[in-house]
Design a protein around this ligand. Structure first.
Ligand code: ADP
Ligand code: MG
Ligand code: MG
Length: 916
């Protein structure tokens, strides 16, 4: 028996259903569900889906099809013919079909669709008859078929790769058409007459033959198989492959092909086509939202040739408010559509994106899928649907992605402004958030203008590494060329900067410093606004908003997350301001307070100067003097932070970096230091040189400093205890945790603990206190420490995994030098991803697990957390949850993301458990 390769849908029945996305692709599975599910049975034009297995077969077998496919396709075509009471290729009553792609996950615009297949010189009269004599409609359909087919099927089959889009057959045909429009002095396609269109079809065919060296095929089945082949081929098209890389879609998923009876939204003024959403995808409001075009087909709505009209009052915007809504234009059809969309949302229990076509007042549904939405909309919908009892709490939490939360933490374009302003162009959404600024065309200008205090958007054909400084300076980046993996996109994503790439409508002229976009010319200094989350470019300076701190919905949503997560979320903060920001975002403590950071960027040079003095000291006496001077600064900074955290735990790491990092290179400063130490400049230089190390990251740093200079530890510990004591005295709560960095053996911890205990008893005596609550613990960041964690835990009361260094030393990859090879490793598939961004679970993760297990073996209540960059990475957070950590710590802006990721970890774990 041959395998089933073709799944039929139509006439109230379907072979497939929604759960078969892997086999039928998203579009095919949903078409089957809508056509065949007993609760739906929607008016879907009949058709069939060729499975993704055929796609895989096609690629494995030299672009051929499996045995039996031909028969199955032909049999299904007969079924469509019967249901539609038309015949494919019939002269009197022809059936036309569309050939549509459809992978498991939607890949918008990445693959091909061909409409109107089956139309040729012979079937044209039949279609004219069907349409009640509408010749215009038929020739319009024909010219569309020639355009689409020659581009999607023939040009590729001929192996022609035009050097640029201008030279492609599609552009050439478009040009012929626009020339004709110019000649006839009309602006819209619909104004071309029947004779114009007839002539156009002839011109098209002639051009196709000249350029592609092949006649446009007249045989309907040749057209059909050409279309099917083109869809499969488009799976490996450049665009689709690039998209898969970014979205992590495996190559072997393949695409399905959907062949479906055509219905016509372009049969006259009682026909239309449109796109609608069951809720507003821009802000999440529970209101039916959409657009439609009268007398139009398929891609017209998206292509932006004509301005689509709103489907109802709610969908009106500044741009289309004068157009008649579907609700008013065809109230009965609107009502039917409205009821269907309610049904669909209830059935799928999520916001749906629906494509529909109206043929002579008859409504057809052509597609539905879970609708894409931005961050604010995702959160509002999740909360609303939970309140409406459409979904459970867990589902609500899973409905929002960490990057959607991230979106809310960047400034965004005010959604209200976006409803009333139409984008002047669209590109690929390469960097999230919004930005507004003045156009500049060179990186140099971007830097200079920014220095003058102006806000700029850097607009380039494409960017290259020399532009980086300008890219950094600019509010956002906009490029005409390049895809989601282009230089601009990569760089902007790395910085979380708003960026749009591949905005093909831009024509940039560097020499005159102008750009033209869809007929509008802009010059240097003109304002534009970008929505990098959607890829929209707007004219002028739209209002921006900081959606984060005041966002009530976000906080309600995060509270929902808090109600089920197990991990605590702390923050890495070095200043009281950071601490306050993080608490506003929900941080439950500080997981890493780096003492050394207080010496930089404090406005006052004083503490840094004294620290440098301390470092350049030779004798213990000199050093102690400097330390005494430093003490009040350290103490007040710690006190401020402890106070800001109001009784929440604060992990304070003792001085970590190698000392030479603090030695000034500038001779003026060296002189000054020498003077204050009463030594000559030569002597100072000698001392500075002696601090030089050949591998400082593995040199005299961390606990090693504390062991060689106990007085350095003593000063810091005293600052911590005195700050705590004073806060306790004034009725405040404190919970300091003293953390020793770069530990590799328990002996180091024991050595330092003696100092800690000594200072502790001195301080409680001085302040006349019974006790100061505190913990003594360590970073685990050296592989050896993870292995001897059972010994270390006899002394340490907590572990904090420093996964930056643990990754560095575990891999033997210098963190600062990976740029030279890790990208290549990833390209070649040697590493799946950068281990400094997401924890390498297999290796470094194993060290962490060993560390936790061995540590808890000797100390059951050992507190365990993570304080590396990974603490803000959702997948690493999931790992931290799985291995039983108590908390993760991340930068203040990642705290909300971590709260979500921690909650999602619990839900995923429960799901996995149920599966087993
Ligand atoms: P995409 O996956 O890029 O959205 P589709 O397969 O949905 O591509 O096709 C694009 C458009 O073509 C649809 O939105 C629809 O308007 C039109 N279309 C596709 N098939 C048909 C059909 N059988 N009848 C009428 N229009 C169709
Ligand atoms: Mg579609
Ligand atoms: Mg470290």
């Amino acid at each position: 028996m041959v395998k089933k390769y073709v799944y039929f849908f139509g006439g109230g029945k379907a072979d497939g259903n929604e759960s078969m996305k892997n086999l039928l692709g998203g579009k095919g599975a949903n078409l089957a569900e809508m056509a065949g599910h007993k609760d739906l049975q929607l008016p879907v034009p009949p058709g069939f889906t060729i499975t993704t297995e055929v796609c895989n077969y096609y690629y494995k077998n030299n672009k051929t099809y499996p045995e039996g496919l031909k028969e199955q396709v032909e049999k299904s075509m007969k079924k469509i013919e019967n249901l539609m009471e038309k015949k494919f290729g019939d002269v009197n009553n022809p059936l036309l079909v569309s050939v549509r792609s459809g992978a498991r996950r939607s890949m918008p615009g990445m693959m091909e669709t061909v409409l109107n297949i089956g139309l040729n010189e012979k079937t044209i009269p039949g279609l004219i008859k069907q349409s009640g004599g509408n010749e215009r409609f038929v020739y319009d359909a024909y010219r569309r078929l020639i355009m689409m087919y020659s581009d999607v099927v023939m040009e590729k089959a001929a192996g022609i790769e035009p050097q640029n889009e201008e030279m492609g057959i599609r552009r050439q045909l478009e040009k012929i058409m626009s020339e004709m429009k110019k000649e006839k002095d009309v602006s819209s396609d619909t104004e071309l007459t029947v004779d114009d269109l007839k002539k156009l079809c002839a011109l098209f065919k002639e051009r196709v033959k000249n350029v592609l060296k092949k006649e446009f095929p007249e045989d309907p089945y040749e057209q059909l198989w050409g279309g099917i082949g083109a869809v499969f081929a488009s799976w490996n098209g450049k665009r689709a492959v690039a998209y898969r890389r970014i979205e992590n879609i495996p190559d072997d998923w393949g695409t399905a092909v959907n062949v479906q009876a055509m219905v016509f939204g372009n049969m006259g003024d009682d026909s239309a086509t449109g796109v609608a959403f069951t809720r507003n995808p821009g802000n999440g409001e529970n209101k039916f939202y959409g657009e439609y075009l009268v007398n139009a087909q398929g891609e017209d709505v998206v292509a932006g040739i004509r301005t689509p009209a709103p489907i109802n009052e709610y969908s009106k915007s500044e741009h289309n408010k004068n157009l008649i809504s579907l609700e008013k234009y065809m109230p009965d059809v609107y009502k039917e559509l409205f009821n269907i969309q309610r049904k669909l949302e209830k059935h799928y229990r999520d916001m749906q994106d629906i494509e529909f076509t109206i043929e002579k007042r008859r409504l057809f549904i052509l597609q539905c899928r879970v609708g894409k939405r931005n961050g604010p909309a995702a959160i509002r919908m999740a909360l609303d649907m939970y309140k409406e009892k459409l979904i459970s709490k867990e589902e609500a939490i899973m409905r929002v992605t960490p990057s959607q939360i991230d979106e809310l933490l960047h400034p965004i374009v005010d959604p209200k402004e976006e409803q009333t302003n139409k984008p002047i162009a669209k590109g690929l959404p390469a960097g999230p958030g919004g930005a507004t600024g003045m156009i500049v065309f060179t990186a140099e200008d971007a830097v200079n203008w920014t220095k003058e205090g102006k806000k700029v958007i850097l607009v380039r054909e494409e960017t290259n590494p020399e532009d980086v400084e300008g890219m950094r300076a600019a509010q956002a980046i906009l490029t005409a060329r390049g895809g989601m993996t282009s230089h601009a996109a990569l760089v902007a994503r790395g910085w979380g900067k708003c960026c749009i790439v591949g905005c093909g409508a831009l024509h940039i002229d560097y020499s005159s410093k102008t750009l033209t976009v869809n007929g509008v010319t802009l010059k240097e200094g003109d304002w534009i606004t970008l929505n990098g989350t959607k890829g929209n470019v707007y004219l002028g300076q739209l209002k921006m908003m900081d959606a984060s701190e005041s966002n009530k919905l976000l906080f309600n949503f995060l509270k929902l997350c808090d109600s089920i997560r197990k991990l605590k979320i702390r923050t890495n903060a070095d200043t009281p301001e950071d601490a306050r920001k993080a608490r506003a975002f929900g941080a439950e403590g500080i997981g890493l307070f780096r003492t050394e950071h207080m010496f930089y960027g404090k406005g006052s040079e004083e503490p840094l100067f004294i620290l440098r003095k301390m470092i350049a000291s030779k004798t213990e006496d000199e050093r102690k003097k400097a330390l005494n001077e430093l003490f009040p600064y350290v103490k007040s900074d710690i006190k401020g932070t402890l106070e800001a955290m109001a009784g929440l735990p604060v992990t304070i790491r003792l001085l970590d970096p190698p000392l030479h990092e603090f030695v000034p290179r500038n001779e003026e400063q060296q002189k000054e230091l020498a003077q204050s130490l009463n030594i000559s400049l030569e002597e100072f230089k000698k001392r500075a040189d002696s601090l030089h190390e050949s591998n400082p990251m593995m040199g005299h740093r961390g606990v090693r400093l504390g062991i060689t200079y106990p007085e350095v530890t003593e000063m810091q510990v005293r600052a911590i205890f005195e700050a705590s004591a004073e806060l306790i005295k004034s009725g405040k709560k404190v919970e300091p945790e003293i953390m020793i960095p770069v530990v590799s053996t328990v002996q180091e911890l024991k050595d330092q603990l003696i100092i800690v205990r000594k200072v502790y008893s001195e301080v409680i005596k001085k302040y006349n206190l019974k006790k100061i609550p505190y913990l003594y613990g360590t970073m685990i960041e050296i592989p050896r420490a993870a292995l001897v964690a059972d010994k270390i835990a006899t002394v340490a009361e907590f572990f904090s995994f420093g996964t930056n260094d643990l990754t560095q030393m575990g891999f033997g990859f210098s963190r600062d030098d990976i740029g030279n090879f890790v990208p290549e490793y990833i390209k070649k598939g040697i590493l799946d991803e950068d281990p400094f961004q997401t924890i390498d679970q297999e290796g470094i993760g194993e060290l962490i697990e060993i560390g936790i297990q061995r540590g808890r073996k000797v100390r059951k209540d050992l507190k365990v957390g993570i304080c590396g960059e990974h603490g803000g990475d959702p997948r690493s957070i999931e790992f931290c949850h799985k291995v039983g950590m108590n908390y993760v710590s991340c930068s203040p802006y990642r705290v909300p993301i971590a709260r979500l990721a921690a909650a999602q970890s619990v839900i995923k774990e429960n799901k996995d458990r149920k599966k087993k």
